[in-house]
Every structure is written in C-alpha cells, then in structure tokens.
Design a binder for this molecule. Structure first.
Ligand SMILES: *Cc1c(COP(=O)(O)O)cnc(C)c1O
Length: 462
C-alpha cells in the first residue's frame, strides 16, 4: 500500500497545481475516449510505470469540478477537511449496517442525525439516515408515505390508485421514483408554479379534490427547497395547510438548498420545515462535502423501520439495535458517507457551515448585481437563489455554453423555465470570491465575442 499512497500524494499535488493553471480541460470526444486513454482491458496486466502514466493521463482529461471556472452543476469546490474524511472512509472501509462493524462511525452518523433533527425543529422521536443521493432520499420519503397511508403495502403491494403531487419545477427523480415504488408515473400530478417557480397551492388543493372525486387515493406531496433550475423555495407553510386538510404526507426535497438550515440568515427560506413529515438535503451540494452525502430525516422514526427493516439473522447478531443503522437504511452494505461531513463540521463548527452557506448567497448577489448593471444582460432569477439565470444580447444560451466548454474556457450550463432558455450560473463553490465571479463574466463575454464573430463570418460567406 505504501507505494500507492506515495503515488496518490504525488498525483493529488499535481492535480491541485494543474487545476489552477488549467481550470477547464478540453473535452475528448466520446468516440475517442476509450482508445485515446487506453481504457479497455487485456488478459495481461500492465507494468506499474505504465499504470501510473495511464492514470496521470486520465486525470488530465477529467473535468475539474473543484476549479474556479466550474459552475456547471449544483456542486463544486473542495473543502479540504471533508475530502480528508472521505479519503479516510475509504481506508477504513467500514459498512454502516451494524455497530459491530462500524463502531464509532455509527455514533458519528447518529450524532449528525440528531443535530439535523434539531435544526429542522423535529421532535426527539425523529431520526434519519444517509442514502446514496438526493434522488434516493426522495425515494425513501415516497416509500414511507406509501406505507403510512396503506399500511399493508410492504406485504400486499400497491392495490389502489394512489396519487402524488409535486411542482412542474421539481426534480425528475419524483416521477422516476413513482415508477420504482409501484405508484406509476401516470399517478404523478405536476402542479403549476408562479412566475418565481414556486408551487401554486390553490392548484394543488384543486387537483387533490379532483382526484378524490375520481376515487383516487392522494397520499404524498413533494415540496422543493431550491428547485433545480431557478433555485426557488416552495411555500412550506401553505403546502402544509393543504396536506393537513387532506391528510397527506409532506416531504421537503432540499437536495439543492436544504442546507440553508445551517444559516441563521437564510433559514427562513424553509419556514415551516418542522411541519413536514420528512426532509432531505445533500451535504455534497451547499455544504461542500465530496459526492455523495445525502441525509433524510423522518419526523417519526418508526416509519423508517416500518419501511426499511427486514429480519436478517446472519447480520444482526448483537443487541445494539439503536446503533445497527442497517435497520433503517435503503441498502445492506453501505459506505460511510457520514465521516466526511463530520470531519468538516468538527473542524469548522456550526459557524463555519453557516459561513459556507452565506458565502454562496453573497456570490449570487454579486452575480445578480453585475447582470443588473450591464444592459446587455437579461436576468431571469430572483433574490435568495444561488442559481443565476440570464441571457446575453441575443446569443442562444446553449451555443455559448457549448463554445465555452469545447474551447476549455469555463464550465457553465443552461436551463429552461417555461419557454425561455438561459444560462444558469451556480454560485455553490464557497471557495470562490467576488473576483472569481467577475472573472467568470469576463471569460463569458470573451466567449460571446468569439461566437458573434463566427456568426458574422458565416453570414458574410453565405
Ligand atoms: C440534486 C437534486 C436532486 C438529486 O440529488 P442526487 O444526489 O443527484 O440524486 C433531487 N432534487 C433536487 C431539487 C436536486 O437539486
């Protein structure tokens, strides 16, 4: 192992230097990547020197998500103490299902849950777990809701037409999970939103009533804290009012921006969170841990075990129920995603986590201000969102984003709200500063100039 660790150190150092010099890598076309990087296998292995060379080459061509010009997704940057925790988790290689195998690691996960439960304002009866991603947290919430409404579902299966509700702007995992859970995509109702992308609760109520009249069984509402495109926050209190009236499970998908619970300044964006039945967030988004660290809590922990426990005599052999985390989790063997969050949290404290969140909103304000002050831009996003959606002159968003990517200038994506497509800049990398955001706009405008030039050449030669 010594040699591999030494090599790891060496290439990690090189990576840190190279992502500063070349923050964006030139993409290898998909039809070339397997051959170009010698990815395929042979009967014979290769010599260590060759193996090392190959790995360095592969790293060079891999997108640099921690760089200062990566704004493409809802994660980015690198928190050193969290990275350390994840590396350590791999070295320790525990599985989180039993205390016997996880030891203090189970205590770490339980402590994180306890703290998150408090931040959400849930009672002591609440508990949570870590799932492999925010999509799977949403899946767990859906299954708990299903089993809480029709109690015999885990044994008998789904026997009635159960309907569920989510906004048009919510994440695609919701209909996908409906298919997984035996509910069926046809039973998902996509509720209208207002101009900010927030769920229209009147439409929600009317749709539920209509379904009831048709003989369906409404059971689940998904509210979003930070929609994928605009970063909008649904009005939890208003949605809860409707859920309570019709006795539906309320889940909050906070995968993107649920991390605001760590900030005194921005926590009000999820006002009413304590009224929900379940809540999830991705620490690998706003809190900067490496992928993935997705936490789901349920207000009444008995629903977690009702839906996710199963007898397994070969596994549960000690009397440590409360620390045998396999009894409330989706998986059997489960990697330790808690440690990286803990190593970070311990190091920077509650205040440090709050600073990470606040910094992202600060950077978003910088970006919005810049756009507002430059008349060539059109802004589509609102205050209190770290998704900054805009267009520049009349340049199509997909064209400029693709050019910046292909010419290795910046990684930024585009999105759509109603019929408008725009560039979507995500300020989730808390390591960035005002200078980095302003630098992005400079790079962006240079790219736009190139594109305009290309267009005028093609117009002139046509
Ligand atoms: C990212 C995201 C998800 C999915 O989380 P994964 O960890 O990628 O599975 C779900 N909902 C919202 C709103 C998201 O932004």
């Amino acid at each position: 192992m010594d040699e591999e660790l030494e090599f790891f150190n060496e290439i990690a150092q090189k990576l840190l230097i190279s992502e500063q010099k070349n923050p964006v890598v030139k993409p290898v076309p998909t039809h070339q990547v397997i051959d170009e990087l010698d990815i395929n296998f042979k009967d014979q292995g290769i010599k260590d020197d060759e193996w090392k060379e190959l790995i360095e080459k592969m790293i060079n061509f891999t997108p640099k998500t921690a760089s200062k010009l990566f704004f493409n997704q809802l994660f980015g940057g690198r928190q050193p103490k969290a990275v350390f925790g994840d590396l350590l988790a791999v070295m320790l290689n525990n599985s989180m299902y039993t205390y016997k195998v996880a030891g203090p690691q189970a205590g770490i996960e339980k402590t994180i849950m306890k703290k998150v439960v408090q931040l959400a304002g849930y009672p002591d009866l609440a508990d949570g777990t870590i799932a492999p991603g925010g999509s799977m947290c949403n899946f767990m919430a859906l299954v708990m809701a299903r089993d809480s409404v029709v109690k015999d579902t885990p044994n008998a299966g789904v026997n009635s037409k159960m309907t569920m509700y989510t906004s048009k702007e919510s994440h695609y995992s919701i209909p996908k999970n409906a298919a997984f859970a035996g509910i069926g995509r046809d039973q998902v109702r996509f509720i209208k939103t207002n101009e900010k992308g927030e769920m229209d609760t009147n439409h929600l109520n009317d749709t539920i009533l209509e379904d009831k009249n048709q003989g369906y069984t409404p059971f689940f509402v998904n509210a979003t804290a930070g929609t994928t495109v605009l970063g909008a926050f649904d009005d939890i209190e208003a949605i809860h009012h409707v859920c309570k009236k019709h006795n539906l499970w309320l889940h909050i998908d906070g995968a993107y921006c649920g991390g605001v619970i760590f900030s005194k300044k921005y926590k009000s964006l999820v006002n009413g969170i304590e009224l929900s039945d379940s809540f999830s967030f991705n620490a690998h988004k706003m809190l900067g841990t490496p992928l993935s660290c997705s936490i789901i809590i349920a207000k009444d922990k008995s629903y977690l075990s009702k839906s996710f426990s199963n007898d397994a005599d070969y596994l549960y052999q000690t009397n440590t129920d409360d620390f045998d985390l396999g009894k409330t989790s989706l998986q059997c063997g489960r990697r330790n995603d808690a440690l990286k969050f803990w190593t970070l949290w311990k190091s920077i404290g509650n205040n440090g986590l709050e600073k990470l969140v606040n910094q992202q909103f600060y950077l978003a304000d910088i970006a919005r201000e810049y756009i507002k002050n430059h008349p060539d831009y059109t802004l589509y996003s609102f205050e209190n969102s770290i998704s900054i959606c805009f267009n520049y002159k009349d340049i199509p968003a997909n064209e400029i984003c693709t050019l910046l990517y292909e010419e290795a200038q910046a990684m930024v994506g585009y999105g759509k709200f109603e019929s408008t497509e725009f560039v979507r800049l995500i300020t989730i990398n808390a390591n960035n500063s005002e200078t980095d955001i302003l630098h992005f706009f400079k790079v962006f405008e240079e790219g736009a100039k190139k594109l305009e030039l290309k267009h005028s050449i093609s117009v002139n030669t046509a």
